[in-house]
Design a protein around this ligand. Structure first.
Ligand code: NAP
Length: 252
């Protein structure tokens, strides 16, 4: 592991897929800026694990739906850890009330779109500004965390969430082509049913148990299994991979 810019920013890095990515990335030689919104203790625990793996790390609070917090995250990460070479655009929510769109509130839809689409685009913007060699950056890699919901559509559960992940797929294609000649690779992973808190926070605490057996591979996946794909896409082993969308869905 060499090169000047082994600093990774992970949005929503305190729990779930983001936390697993921080831990695995540390083992692959990345210093890590761990973003979180509410759960400082969880973020601090991830920072401690990264440090135990011999890398530098810091926890940075910030709501990725807010432009000023997105900009501040990148500024703080660069000030504390140095030039950024990797970004995992992971923070995302499903909304707090699963169901049919006829029953969805405008407030909830807006909150999901603000984070999953506007926030994700702003994180891509800051990544482009900091990583692109045309902007004086070191080059690097961005991994956007989408979902297989983008192609399944989320009927009866969260069509609004699925639609935001369709937007993530589109921004991945566009940004990969926009930045390909400027030293920046941009890819997506699309997880399937993964064991994290997101299902309970979306009002479906039994979702894993209910849907796990229906996955072709026979079970839900783990956050670590998704992190493996993310860290590979970040790595030099994926040097000719850009604009890809890697499904980590157990056959879905
Ligand atoms: P999770 O366990 O609910 O964790 C969410 C993480 O995001 C936490 O670290 C949380 O920090 C942070 N976060 C929440 N709102 C934020 C905001 N406004 N700004 C910054 N950080 C915020 O979620 P997960 O399941 O790991 O999901 C991560 C990504 O994977 C999401 O984009 C999700 O859509 C995608 N995904 C998940 C699944 C799945 O089955 N789990 C499947 C497909 C795609 P705090 O704790 O501080 O709030």
């Amino acid at each position: 592991m060499s090169g000047p810019a082994r600093v990774l920013v992970v949005t929503g890095g305190s729990r779930g897929i983001g936390a697993a990515t921080c831990r695995l990335a540390a083992g692959a030689g990345w210093d890590v800026a761990v973003n979180y919104t509410r759960d400082k203790a969880a973020a601090d625990a991830v920072v401690a694990e990264v440090k135990a793996a011999g890398r530098r790390a810091c926890a940075i609070q910030g709501d990725m739906a807010l432009e000023r917090d997105v900009v501040a995250l990148f500024e703080t990460a660069a000030a504390l850890l140095g030039r950024i070479g990797g970004v995992v655009n992971n923070a995302g929510v499903v909304g707090d009330q699963a169901g049919r769109i006829a029953d969805a509130s405008a407030d909830m839809i807006t909150r999901v779109v603000d984070l999953n689409v506007t926030g994700a685009l702003l994180v891509c913007r800051e990544a482009a500004r900091r990583l692109s060699t045309a902007k004086g950056g070191p080059g690097g890699a961005v991994v956007n965390v989408s979902s297989i919901a983008a192609t399944l559509g989320g009927p009866g559960e969260y069509v609004w969430y699925a639609a935001t992940k369709g937007a993530v797929d589109s921004m991945t294609i566009g940004l990969s082509r926009e930045l390909a000649a400027e030293g920046v690779r941009v890819n997506a992973v699309s997880p399937g049913l993964i064991e994290t808190d997101i299902h309970a926070s979306g009002g479906q605490p039994d979702r894993l148990k209910r849907l796990g057996p229906q996955v072709p591979i026979g079970r839900a996946g783990t956050a670590d299994e998704v992190a493996e794909a993310i860290v590979w896409l970040l790595s030099d082993a994926a040097s000719y991979v850009t604009g890809a969308n890697l499904r980590v869905g157990g056959g879905r």
